[in-house]
Design a binder for this molecule. Structure first.
Ligand SMILES: Nc1ncnc2c1ncn2[C@@H]1O[C@H](COP(=O)(O)OP(=O)(O)OP(=O)(O)O)[C@@H](O)[C@H]1O
Ligand SMILES: [Mg+2]
Length: 378
C-alpha cells in the first residue's frame, strides 16, 4: 500500500476532476433553467442527479440566477422544508431585499408567515418555523417564495430546484398539486425536480394521471457510456501515480457498473489496495474489501425482508439475474407458491430499488450486495 491521495470519490455528489461526462444532459438542463422551462431529472439512485444539478447550477452562476435549491429528503418535517425555502430565497445574491438597508426585515415583509430568525456566528440569518407549522401556513410560505422568485425573473433566470423530490408527499399529499398551480401562476420560474424511486416519481410527475404531468420536460440520466468511464478511471489512476491497463479499467466498469457510484467505489477500493499497478487481482481484492465493509448492513437488509423476498434476492444474485422471474421454474426455485407471489415480492424489491430491470433481466441493483448474497448459504 502507498499513501497517495485516493483520486476516487463515492457516496456524495462529485465535482471538478471527480466528475466526468454528462455534457448533453447538463446543456439541456442549463438551457431550460435559463428559458423558464420546468424539468424533471430522473434516474435510479446514485446515477449522479445531484452532481448534474450542481454542475448546471455552477454554469448558470454566470447569469446571476435567482436560484433556490432545496434537498427535500434532508428536511425533517414540513417546518424544516419551509425554513429551507425561506433561507434559500433570502440568500439569492443581489435580490431586491438585499438592496434595502435592513435586508432581513425587508425580506420578512414579503412572507406572510413569519419565521423566527437566528443568526449564526458569522452573522448569517437562519429562518426557523416551529414544528407545529400548520399545512395552510406551509403552503403560504411556498407560494410566497415562488412569488419572490417570479419577481426576480424579469431580468435573470429564476429557478426552484427540489432535489429528492420523491419524498415531497411526506410533507403533504397535496404538495404536487400546489406546485402545479404555482407553476401555472408563475410561468417565468423554472421548476427543476430531481428524484429516484421510479414508482414514486412516476406517480408524481411522469404518469398521465400524475399532478405534474405534462408540465415538465423529462431528462433521464442513464449510465455514463463505458468508454468515458474507462477513460476517466485511467486518467484518475494516473493522477494518483499508479498504473492500470485499459483491460483492467474495463474490468472495473464491468464488475461494478453501470451505476457511476459503484464504479467509483470499486475503483476507490482497488486504488487503495494497489501497489504501483491496479491489476485484475487487485480489483478482485477491492471487491472483497468493499463487500466486507458493508457486510453488517447487508445482513440487516436481508433480515428485514420477508422470507420470499429474501429468496428472490439470493436467487437473482446467484444466477446472475433472471429474464423470466414470472416462470413456474423460478417460483419453484425460490420456494414461492406461484408466479403471483414472485410478482409481489419483485414489486416490493423494485419499489425499494433493491432489484432493477437491466438489459431485459431482473438483477440485484447493488453489485456489492449481489456479491455478498452470492456468498450466503443455501
Ligand atoms: N458524472 C459523474 N462522473 C463521475 N462519477 C459520478 C458522476 N456522477 C455520479 N458519480 C458517482 O456517483 C456518486 C453519487 O453521485 P450523486 O450523489 O450526484 O448521485 P445521485 O443520483 O444524486 O444519488 P442519490 O440518488 O443518492 O441522490 C458520486 O459520489 C460519484 O461516485
Ligand atoms: Mg442526489
Amino acid at each position: 500500500m502507498t499513501n497517495s491521495m485516493n483520486p476516487f470519490h463515492y457516496g456524495s455528489p462529485v465535482e471538478g476532476d471527480q466528475f466526468v461526462g454528462r455534457e448533453r444532459e447538463i446543456n439541456a438542463l442549463v438551457s431550460r433553467m435559463r428559458n423558464h422551462v420546468s424539468v424533471v431529472l430522473l434516474s435510479p439512485r446514485r446515477y449522479g442527479k445531484t452532481s448534474v444539478l450542481l454542475r448546471a447550477e455552477s454554469i448558470l452562476v454566470k447569469k446571476r440566477p435567482a436560484l433556490v435549491h432545496v434537498n427535500v429528503l434532508r428536511c425533517k418535517d414540513r417546518a424544516a422544508l419551509a425554513g429551507a425555502l425561506a433561507g434559500g430565497a433570502f440568500r439569492i445574491p443581489g435580490a431586491r431585499w438585499h438592496r434595502a438597508r435592513q435586508a432581513v426585515p425587508e425580506f420578512l415583509a414579503r412572507i406572510r408567515v413569519k419565521p423566527t430568525v437566528a443568526f449564526t456566528d458569522d452573522g448569517r440569518p437562519v429562518f426557523e418555523y416551529g414544528p407545529r407549522l400548520a399545512p395552510p401556513d406551509a403552503d403560504k410560505i411556498t407560494a410566497d417564495i415562488y412569488a419572490l422568485l417570479s419577481s426576480e425573473a424579469a431580468h435573470r433566470p429564476a429557478v426552484l430546484v427540489l432535489d429528492e423530490f420523491q419524498a415531497i408527499t411526506d410533507y403533504g399529499e397535496h404538495l404536487p398539486r400546489l406546485l402545479k398551480s404555482l407553476a401555472d401562476e408563475h410561468p417565468s420560474v423554472s421548476l427543476v425536480l430531481a428524484g429516484s424511486k421510479r414508482h414514486l416519481m412516476e406517480r408524481l410527475v411522469a404518469a398521465e394521471s400524475s399532478p405534474l404531468y405534462g408540465m415538465t420536460q423529462k431528462i433521464a440520466l442513464g449510465p455514463i457510456p463505458n468508454d468515458e468511464m474507462v477513460g476517466f478511471l485511467r486518467e484518475r489512476i494516473a493522477t494518483g501515480r499508479k498504473r492500470v491497463t485499459e483491460l483492467v479499467a474495463e474490468l472495473i466498469v464491468r464488475v461494478a457498473g453501470p451505476v457511476p457510484n459503484d464504479i467509483q467505489r470499486l475503483a476507490y477500493e482497488s486504488f487503495e489496495i494497489a501497489g504501483r499497478e491496479v491489476t485484475a487481482d487487485v480489483v478482485a481484492a477491492g471487491m472483497d474489501q468493499a463487500v466486507a465493509h458493508e457486510a453488517p448492513t447487508y445482513s440487516e437488509e436481508l433480515q428485514r425482508r420477508a422470507p420470499g423476498q429474501r429468496r428472490v434476492l439470493i436467487q437473482l444474485a446467484k444466477s446472475g439475474g433472471s429474464s423470466s422471474p414470472m416462470s413456474a421454474a423460478f417460483a419453484t426455485a425460490v420456494g414461492l407458491a406461484s408466479a403471483a407471489s414472485v410478482r409481489k415480492a419483485l414489486h416490493t424489491l423494485d419499489a425499494d430499488e433493491a432489484v432493477i430491470g437491466r438489459d431485459g433481466a431482473w438483477v440485484v441493483a447493488d453489485p456489492f450486495f449481489g456479491a455478498w448474497l452470492r456468498g450466503t448459504e443455501g
